[in-house]
Design a binder for this molecule. Structure first.
Ligand SMILES: [Zn+2]
Length: 238
């Protein structure tokens, strides 16, 4: 839960803290002493002096929440209190860039878990296996594997969106075959990358018989992709 700033006029009570008139909010679960007069207490019936902290953040810890700022997606990694109404937030852009946003409450748009643009929650095992394999099997200009120096978080947004779409389409088109594939979704994503790029192993050589052959044919139909690092340090597909 978001901490209440130390100079906020009302301070929440600790669990065992004595109070003359202890009141607990049904929404956020914070308690306060309504017998102490402040600019916000005594609170009118059914109101909570910490309502400001109900908004946007809700009752969850904002750290780890996904946010949208303009066109960018990010994850809150730190929240620091700045004044009684302003929180500075450190947001990790999904590309790895850190930004500091102020004031967060009005600038950031919260992304619900079910919004498909949410990077982490929409990354299923198939996509993760696919991207990890792409990093593992691709090299930089000096011949080093990309995963020596890069991770999935270094993908450019267009590359990430493209991979997500292609993996989704492949899974939709081959749903029944993938259900019969015995190595699981992450491995299937891994094999999709290897097979479409005609590397030395893939769906066909896992002992999966006709299922492996059909997935191999389906992968070849998708054509190949090359993953490379751009001048901006982000990864792109060609
Ligand atoms: Zn409350």
């Amino acid at each position: 839960m978001l901490p209440i700033p130390q100079d906020f006029p009302v301070q929440p009570l600790a669990d065992n803290q004595a109070a003359k008139d202890r009141v607990t909010c049904g929404s956020c679960g914070r308690s306060w002493d309504d017998a102490i007069p402040t600019s916000l207490t005594p609170a009118p019936s059914a109101r909570c002096p910490f309502e400001y902290f109900h908004t946007q953040f809700g009752v969850v810890d904002p750290v780890g929440e996904f946010v949208k700022y303009g066109d960018q997606l990010g994850e809150i990694v730190d929240v620091r209190y700045d004044s009684s109404v302003t929180y500075r937030c450190k947001v990790k852009h999904f590309n790895g860039t850190m930004w500091t946003i102020e004031p967060i409450l009005s600038d950031l748009k919260w992304i619900q878990q079910d919004v498909t643009s949410n990077y982490r929650t929409t990354m299923d095992a198939f996509l993760e296996g696919y991207l990890e394999c792409a990093l593992w099997s691709s090299t930089d200009d000096d011949g080093n594997p990309l995963d020596d120096n890069y991770g999935i978080e270094d993908l450019s947004i267009p590359a990430y969106e493209q991979a997500k779409q292609e993996c989704h389409d492949f899974q939709m088109a081959n749903e029944e075959l993938l259900e019969q594939y015995s190595r699981g979704l992450a491995y299937a994503g891994h094999d999709f990358w290897l097979t479409r790029n005609r590397h030395g192993s893939g769906f066909w050589d896992r002992g999966e018989g006709a299922v492996g052959d059909a997935l191999t044919e389906a992968s070849h139909m998708e054509g190949d992709r090359t993953l490379y690092a751009g001048d901006d340090g982000r990864l792109y597909f060609a």
